[in-house]
Design a protein around this ligand. Structure first.
Ligand SMILES: Nc1nc2c(c(=O)[nH]1)N[C@H]1C(S)=C(S)[C@@H](COP(=O)(O)O)O[C@H]1N2
Ligand SMILES: [Mo]
Length: 421
Protein backbone atom coordinates (compact mmCIF):
# COMPACT_ATOMS: atom_id res chain seq x y z
CA UNK A 1 0.00 0.00 0.00
CA UNK A 2 2.68 2.39 1.03
CA UNK A 3 4.72 1.57 -2.03
CA UNK A 4 1.71 1.96 -4.25
CA UNK A 5 0.95 5.41 -2.88
CA UNK A 6 4.57 6.35 -3.20
CA UNK A 7 4.74 5.25 -6.80
CA UNK A 8 1.55 7.14 -7.54
CA UNK A 9 3.15 10.29 -6.22
CA UNK A 10 6.51 9.68 -7.83
CA UNK A 11 4.76 9.22 -11.16
CA UNK A 12 3.13 12.63 -10.76
CA UNK A 13 6.31 14.51 -9.96
CA UNK A 14 6.70 17.33 -12.43
CA UNK A 15 8.73 20.52 -12.66
CA UNK A 16 5.38 22.30 -12.88
CA UNK A 17 4.36 20.93 -9.48
CA UNK A 18 6.40 22.83 -6.95
CA UNK A 19 5.59 24.35 -3.59
CA UNK A 20 6.41 27.74 -5.08
CA UNK A 21 3.79 27.22 -7.79
CA UNK A 22 1.30 26.08 -5.17
CA UNK A 23 1.99 29.24 -3.17
CA UNK A 24 1.68 31.56 -6.18
CA UNK A 25 -1.62 30.00 -7.26
CA UNK A 26 -2.76 29.91 -3.66
CA UNK A 27 -2.10 33.63 -3.31
CA UNK A 28 -4.15 34.46 -6.40
CA UNK A 29 -6.90 32.08 -5.36
CA UNK A 30 -6.94 33.45 -1.82
CA UNK A 31 -7.18 37.01 -3.15
CA UNK A 32 -10.01 36.11 -5.53
CA UNK A 33 -11.87 34.22 -2.80
CA UNK A 34 -11.55 37.08 -0.33
CA UNK A 35 -12.81 39.65 -2.85
CA UNK A 36 -15.64 37.35 -3.79
CA UNK A 37 -16.48 36.76 -0.13
CA UNK A 38 -16.40 40.48 0.74
CA UNK A 39 -18.59 41.53 -2.20
CA UNK A 40 -20.90 38.60 -1.45
CA UNK A 41 -21.30 39.81 2.12
CA UNK A 42 -22.13 43.33 0.91
CA UNK A 43 -24.75 41.91 -1.44
CA UNK A 44 -26.18 39.69 1.30
CA UNK A 45 -26.45 42.45 3.87
CA UNK A 46 -27.78 45.04 1.49
CA UNK A 47 -30.71 42.63 1.06
CA UNK A 48 -30.88 41.48 4.68
CA UNK A 49 -29.44 44.36 6.69
CA UNK A 50 -28.91 44.21 10.43
CA UNK A 51 -30.58 47.11 12.24
CA UNK A 52 -27.37 49.14 12.55
CA UNK A 53 -26.32 48.76 8.92
CA UNK A 54 -26.49 51.45 6.26
CA UNK A 55 -25.44 51.44 2.62
CA UNK A 56 -24.42 54.29 0.30
CA UNK A 57 -26.93 55.32 -2.37
CA UNK A 58 -24.24 57.00 -4.50
CA UNK A 59 -22.31 56.62 -6.72
CA UNK A 60 -25.20 55.00 -8.57
CA UNK A 61 -22.94 52.26 -9.94
CA UNK A 62 -21.67 51.09 -6.59
CA UNK A 63 -23.81 47.95 -6.42
CA UNK A 64 -23.22 47.29 -10.12
CA UNK A 65 -19.48 47.32 -9.41
CA UNK A 66 -19.86 45.19 -6.29
CA UNK A 67 -21.81 42.52 -8.11
CA UNK A 68 -19.67 42.65 -11.25
CA UNK A 69 -16.62 42.01 -9.07
CA UNK A 70 -18.41 39.26 -7.15
CA UNK A 71 -19.34 37.28 -10.23
CA UNK A 72 -16.07 37.96 -12.10
CA UNK A 73 -13.88 36.88 -9.16
CA UNK A 74 -16.12 33.85 -8.63
CA UNK A 75 -15.62 32.82 -12.25
CA UNK A 76 -11.90 33.56 -11.96
CA UNK A 77 -11.69 31.11 -9.05
CA UNK A 78 -12.66 28.20 -11.33
CA UNK A 79 -9.44 28.02 -13.43
CA UNK A 80 -7.36 29.05 -10.41
CA UNK A 81 -8.70 26.28 -8.21
CA UNK A 82 -8.34 23.70 -10.98
CA UNK A 83 -4.74 24.80 -11.54
CA UNK A 84 -4.03 24.66 -7.84
CA UNK A 85 -5.61 21.22 -7.50
CA UNK A 86 -3.55 19.97 -10.43
CA UNK A 87 -0.43 21.29 -8.74
CA UNK A 88 -0.98 19.71 -5.35
CA UNK A 89 -3.15 16.63 -5.86
CA UNK A 90 -0.21 14.20 -5.69
CA UNK A 91 -0.30 15.05 -1.98
CA UNK A 92 -3.49 13.01 -1.81
CA UNK A 93 -1.30 9.94 -1.97
CA UNK A 94 0.99 10.83 0.92
CA UNK A 95 1.73 8.07 3.39
CA UNK A 96 0.77 7.38 6.07
CA UNK A 97 -2.60 8.98 5.34
CA UNK A 98 -2.73 10.32 8.88
CA UNK A 99 0.52 11.05 10.66
CA UNK A 100 -0.58 13.25 13.54
CA UNK A 101 -3.49 15.22 14.89
CA UNK A 102 -2.09 18.33 13.26
CA UNK A 103 -1.80 16.64 9.92
CA UNK A 104 -5.30 15.19 10.24
CA UNK A 105 -6.55 18.71 10.82
CA UNK A 106 -4.60 19.89 7.82
CA UNK A 107 -5.93 17.22 5.49
CA UNK A 108 -9.42 17.61 6.92
CA UNK A 109 -9.43 21.36 6.37
CA UNK A 110 -8.25 20.90 2.80
CA UNK A 111 -10.96 18.32 2.15
CA UNK A 112 -13.61 20.68 3.53
CA UNK A 113 -12.17 23.64 1.66
CA UNK A 114 -11.93 21.88 -1.70
CA UNK A 115 -15.36 20.25 -1.39
CA UNK A 116 -17.18 23.39 -0.32
CA UNK A 117 -15.38 25.63 -2.83
CA UNK A 118 -16.19 23.40 -5.77
CA UNK A 119 -19.82 23.16 -4.68
CA UNK A 120 -19.93 26.93 -4.16
CA UNK A 121 -18.54 27.65 -7.62
CA UNK A 122 -20.88 25.16 -9.29
CA UNK A 123 -24.06 26.47 -7.67
CA UNK A 124 -22.89 30.05 -8.22
CA UNK A 125 -22.49 29.41 -11.95
CA UNK A 126 -25.83 27.60 -12.07
CA UNK A 127 -27.46 30.60 -10.43
CA UNK A 128 -25.92 32.98 -12.98
CA UNK A 129 -27.64 30.87 -15.62
CA UNK A 130 -30.82 30.77 -13.52
CA UNK A 131 -30.64 27.04 -13.55
CA UNK A 132 -31.80 26.48 -10.01
CA UNK A 133 -35.19 25.08 -9.21
CA UNK A 134 -35.03 26.33 -5.60
CA UNK A 135 -33.89 29.94 -5.22
CA UNK A 136 -34.11 29.91 -1.42
CA UNK A 137 -32.07 26.83 -1.22
CA UNK A 138 -29.42 28.55 -3.31
CA UNK A 139 -29.26 31.76 -1.28
CA UNK A 140 -29.01 30.02 2.07
CA UNK A 141 -26.56 27.38 0.92
CA UNK A 142 -24.39 29.92 -0.92
CA UNK A 143 -24.26 32.15 2.14
CA UNK A 144 -23.57 29.35 4.62
CA UNK A 145 -20.94 27.72 2.40
CA UNK A 146 -19.02 30.98 2.15
CA UNK A 147 -18.30 30.80 5.88
CA UNK A 148 -17.30 27.15 5.67
CA UNK A 149 -14.90 28.10 2.87
CA UNK A 150 -13.38 31.07 4.65
CA UNK A 151 -13.04 29.09 7.89
CA UNK A 152 -11.33 26.11 6.29
CA UNK A 153 -9.20 28.47 4.21
CA UNK A 154 -8.02 30.20 7.39
CA UNK A 155 -7.04 26.84 8.92
CA UNK A 156 -5.35 25.80 5.69
CA UNK A 157 -3.33 29.02 5.52
CA UNK A 158 -2.42 28.73 9.20
CA UNK A 159 -1.18 25.17 8.82
CA UNK A 160 0.74 25.93 5.63
CA UNK A 161 2.26 29.16 6.91
CA UNK A 162 5.82 27.74 6.99
CA UNK A 163 5.62 26.64 3.34
CA UNK A 164 3.89 29.86 2.34
CA UNK A 165 6.50 32.08 3.95
CA UNK A 166 9.35 29.97 2.60
CA UNK A 167 8.10 30.30 -0.96
CA UNK A 168 6.44 33.69 -0.78
CA UNK A 169 9.34 35.20 -2.73
CA UNK A 170 10.74 33.72 -5.83
CA UNK A 171 14.16 32.12 -5.94
CA UNK A 172 14.18 29.86 -2.89
CA UNK A 173 15.89 26.62 -3.89
CA UNK A 174 13.21 24.03 -4.07
CA UNK A 175 13.13 20.45 -5.11
CA UNK A 176 10.16 19.44 -7.15
CA UNK A 177 10.00 16.43 -4.90
CA UNK A 178 9.94 18.43 -1.72
CA UNK A 179 6.23 18.61 -1.23
CA UNK A 180 5.53 15.10 -2.23
CA UNK A 181 8.19 12.96 -0.68
CA UNK A 182 7.81 14.28 2.82
CA UNK A 183 6.74 11.03 4.39
CA UNK A 184 9.94 10.59 6.34
CA UNK A 185 10.18 10.95 10.10
CA UNK A 186 11.32 14.07 11.87
CA UNK A 187 15.02 13.26 11.88
CA UNK A 188 14.94 12.85 8.16
CA UNK A 189 12.94 16.01 7.89
CA UNK A 190 15.56 17.99 9.76
CA UNK A 191 18.24 16.56 7.48
CA UNK A 192 16.22 17.83 4.65
CA UNK A 193 15.85 21.23 6.24
CA UNK A 194 19.65 21.54 6.11
CA UNK A 195 19.75 20.35 2.56
CA UNK A 196 17.17 22.85 1.53
CA UNK A 197 19.74 25.56 1.21
CA UNK A 198 21.79 23.42 -1.07
CA UNK A 199 21.12 24.41 -4.68
CA UNK A 200 21.53 20.85 -5.81
CA UNK A 201 18.63 19.86 -3.62
CA UNK A 202 16.43 19.34 -6.63
CA UNK A 203 18.39 16.33 -7.69
CA UNK A 204 16.19 13.38 -6.83
CA UNK A 205 18.77 11.30 -5.04
CA UNK A 206 20.24 14.04 -2.90
CA UNK A 207 19.09 14.99 0.50
CA UNK A 208 16.62 12.17 0.81
CA UNK A 209 17.59 9.55 3.31
CA UNK A 210 16.85 6.03 4.33
CA UNK A 211 13.86 4.28 2.97
CA UNK A 212 12.73 7.16 0.79
CA UNK A 213 15.99 6.86 -1.05
CA UNK A 214 15.34 3.18 -1.72
CA UNK A 215 12.14 4.07 -3.40
CA UNK A 216 13.80 6.75 -5.43
CA UNK A 217 16.46 4.32 -6.60
CA UNK A 218 13.87 1.89 -7.83
CA UNK A 219 11.89 4.64 -9.53
CA UNK A 220 13.20 6.12 -12.75
CA UNK A 221 13.22 9.94 -12.64
CA UNK A 222 10.04 11.13 -14.29
CA UNK A 223 10.23 12.94 -17.61
CA UNK A 224 8.81 16.48 -17.67
CA UNK A 225 5.41 15.72 -19.16
CA UNK A 226 4.08 19.19 -18.71
CA UNK A 227 6.37 22.19 -18.51
CA UNK A 228 5.96 25.04 -16.05
CA UNK A 229 5.14 27.40 -18.87
CA UNK A 230 2.37 25.20 -20.21
CA UNK A 231 0.66 25.17 -16.83
CA UNK A 232 0.97 28.93 -16.30
CA UNK A 233 -0.29 29.53 -19.83
CA UNK A 234 -3.22 27.13 -19.41
CA UNK A 235 -4.37 28.65 -16.13
CA UNK A 236 -3.77 32.24 -17.28
CA UNK A 237 -5.43 31.80 -20.62
CA UNK A 238 -8.51 30.06 -19.29
CA UNK A 239 -8.82 32.71 -16.57
CA UNK A 240 -8.66 35.58 -19.07
CA UNK A 241 -10.98 33.77 -21.50
CA UNK A 242 -13.61 32.79 -18.94
CA UNK A 243 -13.78 36.21 -17.28
CA UNK A 244 -13.39 38.07 -20.57
CA UNK A 245 -16.23 36.24 -22.26
CA UNK A 246 -18.70 36.70 -19.41
CA UNK A 247 -17.97 40.07 -17.82
CA UNK A 248 -19.44 41.86 -20.88
CA UNK A 249 -22.86 41.30 -19.38
CA UNK A 250 -22.06 44.13 -17.00
CA UNK A 251 -18.96 45.80 -18.54
CA UNK A 252 -20.34 47.45 -21.69
CA UNK A 253 -17.04 47.66 -23.68
CA UNK A 254 -16.74 43.85 -23.51
CA UNK A 255 -20.34 43.20 -24.55
CA UNK A 256 -19.27 42.17 -28.06
CA UNK A 257 -17.18 39.30 -26.62
CA UNK A 258 -19.79 38.25 -24.08
CA UNK A 259 -20.16 34.71 -25.40
CA UNK A 260 -21.02 32.89 -22.20
CA UNK A 261 -22.71 35.41 -19.92
CA UNK A 262 -26.45 34.84 -20.21
CA UNK A 263 -27.38 38.52 -20.70
CA UNK A 264 -26.49 40.55 -23.77
CA UNK A 265 -26.77 44.32 -23.60
CA UNK A 266 -30.06 45.53 -24.97
CA UNK A 267 -31.83 42.15 -24.66
CA UNK A 268 -35.48 42.03 -23.72
CA UNK A 269 -38.45 44.35 -24.15
CA UNK A 270 -37.46 48.04 -24.27
CA UNK A 271 -33.81 46.98 -24.35
CA UNK A 272 -33.71 45.66 -20.79
CA UNK A 273 -33.59 41.97 -19.78
CA UNK A 274 -36.31 40.49 -17.59
CA UNK A 275 -35.73 38.26 -14.63
CA UNK A 276 -39.14 37.60 -13.16
CA UNK A 277 -41.94 37.72 -15.68
CA UNK A 278 -45.48 38.97 -15.04
CA UNK A 279 -46.64 35.40 -15.56
CA UNK A 280 -44.27 33.95 -12.97
CA UNK A 281 -45.28 36.71 -10.57
CA UNK A 282 -48.94 36.07 -11.40
CA UNK A 283 -49.73 39.78 -11.73
CA UNK A 284 -51.08 39.92 -15.29
CA UNK A 285 -54.67 40.59 -14.24
CA UNK A 286 -53.96 42.93 -11.34
CA UNK A 287 -51.29 44.94 -13.19
CA UNK A 288 -53.47 45.49 -16.26
CA UNK A 289 -56.57 46.31 -14.20
CA UNK A 290 -57.68 49.90 -15.06
CA UNK A 291 -58.69 50.26 -11.41
CA UNK A 292 -55.02 50.00 -10.34
CA UNK A 293 -53.97 52.62 -7.80
CA UNK A 294 -50.79 53.39 -5.89
CA UNK A 295 -51.40 53.85 -2.18
CA UNK A 296 -48.99 56.05 -0.22
CA UNK A 297 -49.23 55.56 3.53
CA UNK A 298 -47.67 58.04 5.98
CA UNK A 299 -47.81 58.08 9.75
CA UNK A 300 -50.81 60.40 9.87
CA UNK A 301 -52.06 60.52 6.31
CA UNK A 302 -52.63 58.35 3.26
CA UNK A 303 -53.07 59.15 -0.41
CA UNK A 304 -54.46 57.02 -3.24
CA UNK A 305 -53.23 57.87 -6.76
CA UNK A 306 -54.31 56.36 -10.05
CA UNK A 307 -52.10 56.37 -13.11
CA UNK A 308 -53.51 59.69 -14.36
CA UNK A 309 -52.77 61.33 -11.01
CA UNK A 310 -49.21 60.03 -11.07
CA UNK A 311 -48.71 61.28 -14.63
CA UNK A 312 -50.02 64.68 -13.60
CA UNK A 313 -47.25 65.06 -11.02
CA UNK A 314 -43.86 66.56 -11.97
CA UNK A 315 -41.91 63.94 -14.00
CA UNK A 316 -38.19 63.34 -13.63
CA UNK A 317 -35.89 61.51 -16.05
CA UNK A 318 -32.87 59.59 -14.74
CA UNK A 319 -30.30 57.27 -16.26
CA UNK A 320 -29.75 54.31 -13.95
CA UNK A 321 -28.84 50.64 -14.29
CA UNK A 322 -30.70 47.52 -13.31
CA UNK A 323 -27.86 45.67 -11.58
CA UNK A 324 -28.86 42.09 -10.87
CA UNK A 325 -27.26 39.96 -8.15
CA UNK A 326 -26.50 37.48 -10.92
CA UNK A 327 -23.83 39.84 -12.25
CA UNK A 328 -25.53 41.37 -15.27
CA UNK A 329 -26.51 44.99 -15.51
CA UNK A 330 -28.21 47.22 -18.01
CA UNK A 331 -28.32 51.01 -18.21
CA UNK A 332 -31.63 52.60 -19.12
CA UNK A 333 -33.55 55.87 -19.12
CA UNK A 334 -36.32 55.93 -16.59
CA UNK A 335 -39.04 58.57 -16.19
CA UNK A 336 -41.51 58.98 -13.40
CA UNK A 337 -42.25 60.60 -10.06
CA UNK A 338 -39.58 61.17 -7.40
CA UNK A 339 -40.24 58.92 -4.42
CA UNK A 340 -39.38 61.85 -2.15
CA UNK A 341 -42.13 63.93 -3.75
CA UNK A 342 -44.63 61.11 -3.33
CA UNK A 343 -44.09 60.72 0.39
CA UNK A 344 -44.15 64.51 0.72
CA UNK A 345 -47.83 64.21 -0.27
CA UNK A 346 -48.49 62.54 3.08
CA UNK A 347 -46.29 64.99 4.97
CA UNK A 348 -43.18 62.79 5.20
CA UNK A 349 -39.55 63.31 4.33
CA UNK A 350 -36.27 61.52 4.95
CA UNK A 351 -37.84 58.32 6.26
CA UNK A 352 -37.40 54.65 5.37
CA UNK A 353 -40.25 53.00 3.44
CA UNK A 354 -41.68 49.58 2.74
CA UNK A 355 -42.56 48.88 -0.89
CA UNK A 356 -45.28 46.37 -1.71
CA UNK A 357 -45.82 44.77 -5.09
CA UNK A 358 -49.02 43.42 -6.59
CA UNK A 359 -47.20 40.11 -6.46
CA UNK A 360 -48.75 37.98 -3.75
CA UNK A 361 -46.11 35.29 -3.43
CA UNK A 362 -42.41 35.30 -4.15
CA UNK A 363 -39.41 36.47 -2.19
CA UNK A 364 -39.45 40.03 -3.54
CA UNK A 365 -43.12 40.93 -3.20
CA UNK A 366 -42.12 43.46 -0.52
CA UNK A 367 -38.84 45.24 0.03
CA UNK A 368 -37.67 48.03 2.29
CA UNK A 369 -35.66 51.12 1.47
CA UNK A 370 -33.53 53.22 3.81
CA UNK A 371 -34.09 56.97 4.13
CA UNK A 372 -30.96 57.94 2.18
CA UNK A 373 -32.27 56.08 -0.88
CA UNK A 374 -35.78 57.51 -0.44
CA UNK A 375 -34.40 61.07 -0.33
CA UNK A 376 -32.12 60.61 -3.34
CA UNK A 377 -33.49 62.86 -6.12
CA UNK A 378 -32.86 60.10 -8.69
CA UNK A 379 -34.98 57.52 -6.87
CA UNK A 380 -38.20 57.22 -8.84
CA UNK A 381 -41.50 55.50 -9.02
CA UNK A 382 -40.92 54.92 -12.73
CA UNK A 383 -43.75 54.99 -15.25
CA UNK A 384 -41.64 54.98 -18.41
CA UNK A 385 -38.62 53.07 -19.64
CA UNK A 386 -36.44 54.19 -22.57
CA UNK A 387 -39.05 56.64 -23.77
CA UNK A 388 -42.07 54.34 -23.66
CA UNK A 389 -44.75 53.43 -21.15
CA UNK A 390 -43.24 50.78 -18.87
CA UNK A 391 -43.66 47.31 -20.37
CA UNK A 392 -45.76 44.93 -18.29
CA UNK A 393 -42.64 42.78 -17.87
CA UNK A 394 -40.73 45.74 -16.46
CA UNK A 395 -43.33 46.48 -13.83
CA UNK A 396 -46.25 48.34 -15.44
CA UNK A 397 -47.99 50.40 -14.20
CA UNK A 398 -45.22 51.55 -11.84
CA UNK A 399 -41.95 50.23 -10.46
CA UNK A 400 -39.10 51.39 -8.26
CA UNK A 401 -35.76 52.45 -9.69
CA UNK A 402 -33.07 53.71 -7.32
CA UNK A 403 -29.29 54.22 -7.55
CA UNK A 404 -26.88 51.76 -5.89
CA UNK A 405 -29.63 49.22 -5.25
CA UNK A 406 -29.60 45.53 -6.22
CA UNK A 407 -32.01 44.48 -9.00
CA UNK A 408 -33.94 42.26 -6.62
CA UNK A 409 -34.94 45.33 -4.62
CA UNK A 410 -36.12 47.36 -7.66
CA UNK A 411 -39.72 46.37 -6.98
CA UNK A 412 -41.90 45.92 -10.06
CA UNK A 413 -45.73 46.21 -10.22
CA UNK A 414 -45.70 48.58 -7.27
CA UNK A 415 -48.88 48.78 -5.23
CA UNK A 416 -48.19 50.36 -1.84
CA UNK A 417 -45.51 52.72 -0.49
CA UNK A 418 -45.61 52.69 3.29
CA UNK A 419 -43.52 54.82 5.62
CA UNK A 420 -41.75 52.80 8.31
CA UNK A 421 -41.76 54.35 11.76
N1 LIG B 1 -42.23 42.49 -7.67
C1 LIG B 1 -41.04 42.04 -8.09
N2 LIG B 1 -40.14 42.92 -8.54
C2 LIG B 1 -38.91 42.51 -8.98
C3 LIG B 1 -38.57 41.15 -8.96
C4 LIG B 1 -39.52 40.23 -8.47
O1 LIG B 1 -39.29 39.02 -8.40
N3 LIG B 1 -40.74 40.72 -8.05
N4 LIG B 1 -37.34 40.73 -9.44
C5 LIG B 1 -36.26 41.71 -9.38
C6 LIG B 1 -35.04 41.33 -10.05
S1 LIG B 1 -34.25 39.93 -9.49
C7 LIG B 1 -34.45 42.12 -10.99
S2 LIG B 1 -32.88 41.80 -11.56
C8 LIG B 1 -35.16 43.26 -11.55
C9 LIG B 1 -35.16 43.17 -13.03
O2 LIG B 1 -35.95 44.18 -13.57
P1 LIG B 1 -36.36 44.08 -15.09
O3 LIG B 1 -37.08 42.77 -15.27
O4 LIG B 1 -37.19 45.27 -15.39
O5 LIG B 1 -35.07 44.10 -15.85
O6 LIG B 1 -36.50 43.33 -11.11
C10 LIG B 1 -36.67 43.12 -9.75
N5 LIG B 1 -38.04 43.42 -9.41
MO1 LIG C 1 -32.08 40.11 -10.12
Amino acid sequence: MRRLLFLARAGLVSPARTPRRAVVLGRLLGGAFLLCFATGLVSHFIQHPAAWMGFPNQPFWIYQLNQGVHVATGILCIPLILGKLWTVYPDLFSYPPVRSIGQLLERGSIAVFVGSSLLQLVIGVLNIFQFLPLPFYFLQVHYALSFVIIGSLAIHIGVKLPVISRHWRRGRPEGVLEAYLDDEDDTERSHRQDDRLDPTYASPTRGLTGRVMTFIDSTPPPPAKVSRRTVIAAVGLSAVTLVGTTVGQTLTPLDSVNFFGPRKKGDGPQGVPINRTSKQADVRTSALDPAWVLTVVGAADRRVLDLAALRAMPQTTVRLPIACVEGWSQMANWRGVRLAELIALVGESDVPVRLRSLEERGPYKTTTMDANFVSDPTTLVALELNGETLDLEHGYPARIIAPGRPGVLQTKWLSIVEVIR
